[in-house]
Design a protein around this ligand. Structure first.
Ligand code: CO
Length: 173
């Protein structure tokens, strides 16, 4: 086993733990639940939903105590190549815009910013996502993106490991 395989294997249980929250009413895993804390961390480094999901329902829960304007978090989905550009445009947009550039087509999904003790849930379409594509989720709060970032995959559940694309994991750790 090379180091790449070890790393991928280590990430898998995290994704599966999140997947365990899936609604049994759906054919596959189309629901995600993510926690963020006062240590500027998400509780997942990789997230995956089934390629058969037409919509994904995601809940972000800030389990910390810091208020939104002091140390808030959001959850944003984009192509990995677009993360840095969105994050810097988000800082320019400011808190009132949720630290995201309004109407930016590069943003594939995004929650509002939540503070400690708050949750928010969004539902987004996967119509613009390509199975096996290189996507990342991140927090756009200024200074958080490098620490709060991970891979997002739309993949067949039968091949969790096989579908993991080679190359950078982009988890910021
Ligand atoms: Co954050």
């Amino acid at each position: 086993m090379n180091t790449h395989q070890v790393r991928r294997t280590a990430l898998l249980p995290i994704a599966l733990a999140v997947a365990a929250c899936a609604d049994v009413a759906h054919a596959g895993n189309c629901q995600l639940s993510v926690e963020a804390n006062d240590m500027i961390q998400f509780n997942a480094r990789a997230l995956q939903v089934d390629a058969g999901c037409s919509e994904v329902r995601l809940t972000l829960h800030h389990v910390g105590k810091m208020e939104a304007h002091v140390l808030g978090h959001d959850w944003v989905l984009a192509r990995s190549a677009d993360v840095a550009g969105i994050a810097s445009a988000g800082i320019a947009a400011g808190f009132d815009k949720g630290y995201l550039p309004p109407g930016d087509k590069r943003i594939l999904a995004a929650t509002r910013i939540v503070g400690g003790g708050e949750s928010t849930t969004i539902t987004f379409s996967t119509a613009n996502l390509v199975p096996g594509g290189d996507y990342s989720f991140f927090c756009s709060y200024p200074g958080h993106t490098s620490m709060m970032r991970g891979r997002f995959q739309l993949a067949a559940k039968e091949s969790l490991a096989a579908n993991r694309a080679p190359g950078q994991a982009s988890v910021g750790h």
